[in-house]
Design a protein around this ligand. Sequence first.
Ligand code: GYE
Length: 324
Amino acid sequence: MVKRLIACAVCVVLALTAVSCTKKADEPTEPKVLLGFSQLGSESAWRIGNTKDIEEQADRYGVSLMLENANQKQENQIDAIRRFIAYKVDVIAFSPIVEEGWDNVLLEAKSAGIPVILVDRDISTQKVDLTTCLIGADFYKEGVMAAEYLIRKADALGLEQVNIVEITGTENSTPMRQRQAGFYDTIASDGRMNILESIDGDFLKSRGAECMRYLLKTYSDTIDVVFSHNDEMTLGALPEIEKAGFVPGKDMIIISIDGGQEAIDVLKEGRINCVVECTPKLGKALMETVFSLKAGESVDAVIHPEEQVFSDEQDLTTLAPRGY
Ligand code: GYE
């Protein structure tokens, strides 16, 4: 009797365990990992494409994402990171709007034992091991590729003197610093190249227009080249050039960076001469890195995506839609 009772009890327990272990197919699975991501803003098609890609990839990889948009303010990013720490997320990722000023909050993340991934942009610090890795473009190389195109173009047109105006991205941000450095280093040995002025356009379309108005007023028909650090500012500058009576792509060589659909369409129209690609699709590499860190594995210090140059030197008719 006692034996039979025990056997029965064991059966009940086994049956209950079996029920609790079988999951229905449509039941949501427990998120494997919680990621806090602080996006810096929504200043460009690039940025919007980057946010969308990170959301989609988090979904695909089953990563639970706490996403905060800092609307172009460093203080908002610092607050967001503090909230992620308080929330005890597994991993923090962020795209620093500028390079300096992160030490305190990152030391807090470090003492909480939460690994931090830099996405898109880098930081500048004297401290060691505040972050685990950087997933983002090689901006220096982008500047080099922009300058190499210009040198080829100047050769093809037989130009003897090349007067350049530069509209830069956000001051003290990694892409601004490195795109400029790559461009300047590459034109340095070419005696034809002359920078008339470099002006901060903050990666914004409205600022691109404003900067261009000022540059046209100051340098007028001496401008041969506009080197703009992103598509948004380029798209802001073009109508100003046209209003001033010049034909962009012909009277002035226009060089842009990012390679979003709108800029590529304008390149095909001939109003832009060259667009250096910068891909916003960093989400897949980010999710894979998040899992590696969660598993305690080591990760590559820097992950750069492959990028290319689109220009009037190529046939662009078969180019696939850009997706941003
Ligand atoms: O080029 C620009 C965006 O950091 C690479 O930021 C990014 C840059 C991109 O606003 O369009």
